[in-house]
Design a protein around this ligand. Structure first.
Ligand SMILES: [Fe+2]
Length: 385
């Protein structure tokens, strides 16, 4: 019989307009002041105002740090920890995509300790137990960071390091589909395919479990129908709501079972060149699935994933189903211009790095370093858009 653990899930509040009620959650966690860590772009979209107006109405003091743009860096985390201490913050809110939420959860966890973020990278040291409570408010449907115990933060040189531990988990998650209405089609697709990858990788990993299968396959069933609809018509709040819900379910698959080749490759690519994480992960899965499904290990899992995505219940059917889905949501089988100078050797080296190698070892089949060389070749052979 398989032995497995189910990770803790924060309480989730779901519904259009829930962002205006966050003050009640902050009060329930002990009150403010609050440090709001958010994407810079959300200020001009008026999303930050919605949150702060609700906090003001609830009498919660706040300091807004609208400084997350692109991949978060350790230096930003350290700076925000100092700001949290200076402001006497008693709570941290992460508002935005995965970058803002990953930054917020790490700041909340280490702000009270006197160590820089780097000290805790790659789980080298245990995370502090004395932390600030934190609330996640995703504005994209993709990363599932609101329910995971992982944070991805880059070194100043751009190397993506992971941080992991129960201490990182948010105390509350708020899923408000209204916040995703303004996402343009290409970002809906890029962030959405990241959720598909979390679901697919979690449900087919070596470490998958009944929890990974439950959350992952349900997320795949929803996303395979509703993500193309959200890309085609971003104004449908019901569709946006289902995609946001499925993204969280995919996050739970990731939370319980972790990722494998899609994320091994996309983290390697992201360390080498500027490329959107979701887009990179979708392409990484597209090129690695044909290789993976030829192995005996995991065949039943890949068959179940294919069925959940509307294909035949056969492992061999999955690569085509996945590739067709990528085209349906408008993602071309091509790397962006930013990746034009990458070669197979450097991609392979990044796939084997300390931060990335362990992900490859979570695929259902054994994967050697030579196998990673072969898959890096598939990535390098992609055309440039
Ligand atoms: Fe991801």
């Amino acid at each position: 019989m398989q032995t497995f653990n189910m990770g803790k899930t924060p309480p989730v509040t779901f519904g259009a307009g829930r962002i205006k009620k966050v003050a009640d959650l902050v009060t329930g966690l002990g009150g403010g002041p609050v440090l709001v860590v958010c994407d810079a772009a959300l200020v001009e979209f008026g999303v930050v105002d919605k949150l702060t107006a609700g906090l003001d109405a609830g009498g919660i003091e706040q300091v807004v740090a609208a400084e997350v743009a692109g991949e978060p860096k350790e230096t930003l985390v350290d700076d925000l920890c100092a700001r949290a201490r200076d402001a006497g913050a008693q709570c941290v809110i992460g508002l935005g995509g995965g970058a803002a939420m990953d930054t917020a959860k790490l700041v909340a966890t280490i702000a009270k300790a006197d160590k820089p973020a780097r000290y805790y990278a790659l789980a080298a040291k245990p995370l502090p137990k004395d932390r600030l409570p934190s609330i996640a408010i995703p504005t994209t449907a993709g990363t599932g960071s609101e329910v995971t115990r992982t944070s991805i933060v880059s070194t100043p040189e751009g190397v993506k390091n992971w941080y992991w531990g129960e201490e990182l988990a948010f105390a509350q998650a708020v899923l408000d589909p209204e916040l995703t209405l303004s996402l343009p089609p290409f970002l809906t697709a890029w962030t959405g395919i990241d959720a598909v990858a979390h679901a697919l990788e979690g449900a087919t990993a070596k470490t998958t479990s009944p929890a990974g299968v439950l959350y992952g396959l349900e997320a795949l069933r929803i996303l395979s129908k509703d993500l193309p609809r959200a890309v085609a018509d971003g104004s449908d709040i019901e569709v946006r709501g289902r995609v946001l819900w499925a993204s969280m379910l995919a996050g739970l698959a990731l939370h319980n079972c972790n990722t494998h080749m899609g994320h091994n490759i996309s983290h390697a690519l992201g360390s080498l060149a500027p490329i959107h994480h979701g887009r990179a992960t979708g392409l990484a899965l597209e090129v690695s699935l044909p290789w993976l499904v030829q192995r005996a290990e995991g065949a039943d899992l890949y068959a179940a994933a294919s069925l959940a995505m509307g294909g035949a219940e056969e492992a061999a059917a999955l690569p085509e189903v996945f590739a067709a889905f990528m085209r349906e949501i408008g993602i071309a089988r091509a790397l962006p211009e930013s990746c034009k100078d990458l070669n197979a050797a450097e991609i392979a080296e990044a796939m084997k790095s300390e931060a990335n190698f362990s992900m490859s070892q979570n695929a259902a089949c054994p994967i050697s370093r030579e196998d990673l060389d072969e898959m890096a070749g598939f990535v390098a052979a992609l055309p440039i858009e």
